[in-house]
Design a protein around this ligand. Structure first.
Ligand code: RTP
Length: 148
């Protein structure tokens, strides 16, 4: 089954949105496979966002991610990468639809509350980076009530 990496960024943690965000993924029917509260080192944040290192906002982005603890999670389910991005909403909260996490809880692109892997391949890389210890192998008994 497909997995994705989801991170609640420091603003989401500081603003007390952790429970609300987790609830949205749970209620959709996805399965939580890994979760931890992490204070991110600068070098680790630079590694996570290595693809964006040439962007003018890179330093500000790294400062943002290391400004407080984040919640790192692995969620599993059919099409969870794409659907997770839909639940999160467009990168710039000005363009995120109401009903999405960013559409409901964010205003500025540089304080957009949450990250989600943008492809199955980046999910695989990000899960390996954030959860080198692996994730928890369990299946919810709700499976037959979620999938036909
Ligand atoms: P994320 O990786 O956080 O899920 O976001 P994303 O794929 O939707 O967007 P991406 O282009 O990968 O950018 C990563 C994060 O960088 C910040 N950003 N700031 N100031 C700016 O113009 C700007 N552009 C992007 C956002 O926090 C974005 O989520």
């Amino acid at each position: 089954m497909e997995q994705t990496f989801i991170m609640i960024k420091p603003d989401g943690v500081q603003r007390g949105l952790v429970g609300e965000i987790i609830a949205r993924f749970e209620k959709k029917g996805f399965t939580l496979k890994g979760l931890k509260l992490v204070s991110v080192e600068r070098s680790f944040a630079e590694k996570h966002y290595a693809d964006l290192s040439a962007k003018p906002f890179f330093n500000g982005l790294v400062e943002y991610i290391i400004s407080g603890p984040v919640i790192a999670m692995v969620w599993e389910g059919k099409k969870v990468v794409l659907t997770g991005r839909k639940i999160i909403g467009a990168t710039n909260p000005a363009d995120s639809a109401p009903g999405t996490i960013r559409g409901d809880f964010a205003i500025d692109i540089g304080r957009n509350v949450i990250h989600g892997s943008d492809s199955v391949e980046s999910a695989r890389k990000e899960i390996a980076l954030w959860f080198p210890e692996g994730v928890v192998g369990w299946q919810t008994s709700l499976q037959p009530w979620i999938y036909e």
